[in-house]
Design a protein around this ligand. Structure first.
Ligand code: IPE
Ligand code: IPE
Ligand code: MG
Length: 258
């Protein structure tokens, strides 16, 4: 079957001469620990500074009128870290939701959380639900926070959901196609990321948005996440703007004159 080339996950084109801007930026916020080590500080301080960098990045993305930002804040594999670090990261999430949601709501930001909520502390689950509910009708930016998120886990959960629908008779086996599968993922209703930016110089996805990243452009920044700023974001966006995206075809979508 020929797929719909007007897929909403595709970036919007821009007037010729202006750089192509992504509609959806996803960030792997990595390097907090190394930043802390390089500054002779405990890892927790790196995570705290990482939260400041996230606040700055949200403001910068809003100012650039990019409608979707997704950030990787805790992976399904991060439970392998020492208990005290995991506890600190849970504490920072609580802090972020309690402190920042009001301001984000006043900036018309809609918050979504993706990842597995099973097994999370119940007060955190309640906070996540509240953050989503209080911002649900906002329209300037959809900020998706990947928390206790792993792409393999997400895909397995989607497969189980679809299998249950087939077993109950609500869905025909032939009814499962790429679109239906996409809608069973946590990111249903969020377009695929146009660009995934990873900080700290690591060159891997670490189980982030593996289905959705099929045609994402990848940009790697050598900066540790706490050092990521507006300038680094603009560099990444410029890099993205120079890419030629073909989606398997021959014509570049949104290619810029060189
Ligand atoms: C990213 O920074 C934050 C999380 C993964 C929670 P790290 O904590 O992974 O920092 P490094 O990679 O050890 O420097
Ligand atoms: C990826 O970083 C997860 C987040 C940024 C939340 P990691 O630090 O966990 O990734 P690896 O272990 O270096 O691949
Ligand atoms: Mg890391």
């Amino acid at each position: 079957m020929v797929k719909d080339l007007a897929d909403p996950s595709r970036p919007t084109g821009q007037a010729s001469g202006s750089p192509l801007m992504p509609r959806h930026v996803a960030m792997i916020m990595d390097g907090n620990g190394r930043w802390a080590k390089a500054h002779g500080l405990p890892r927790l301080e790196g995570h705290r500074r990482g939260l400041d960098a996230l606040r700055k990045t949200v403001r910068a993305v809003l100012a650039r009128n990019i409608p979707f930002l997704t950030v990787y804040s805790f992976s399904s594999e991060n439970w392998r870290r020492p208990q005290d670090e995991v506890a600190e990261l849970m504490g920072l999430l609580r802090h972020f939701i309690r402190q920042d949601v009001k301001e984000l709501a006043s900036q018309n930001v809609k918050i979504r959380i993706i990842g597995n909520r099973d097994g999370l502390p119940s007060d955190i689950v309640a906070l996540l639900q509240e953050a989503e509910a209080t911002t649900a009708s906002n329209t300037s930016l959809t900020l998706t926070v990947a928390f206790n998120y792993g792409a393999r886990d997400e895909i397995v959960r989607a497969a189980r959901k679809l299998a249950a629908d087939v077993l109950s008779g609500a869905l025909a086996l032939d009814g499962i196609d790429e679109e239906v599968f996409s809608h069973a993922l946590d990111t249903s209703a969020i377009p695929d990321p146009d660009v995934i930016i990873r900080t700290s110089g690591e060159l891997r996805l670490s189980n982030f948005l593996m289905w959705q990243a099929a045609y994402s452009e990848l940009v790697f920044s050598p900066l540790c996440w706490p050092d990521f700023d507006d300038h680094a974001l603009d560099e990444a966006l410029l890099d993205y703007g120079r890419r030629q995206r073909r989606f398997g075809g021959l014509d570049a979508v949104g290619a810029q004159p060189s």
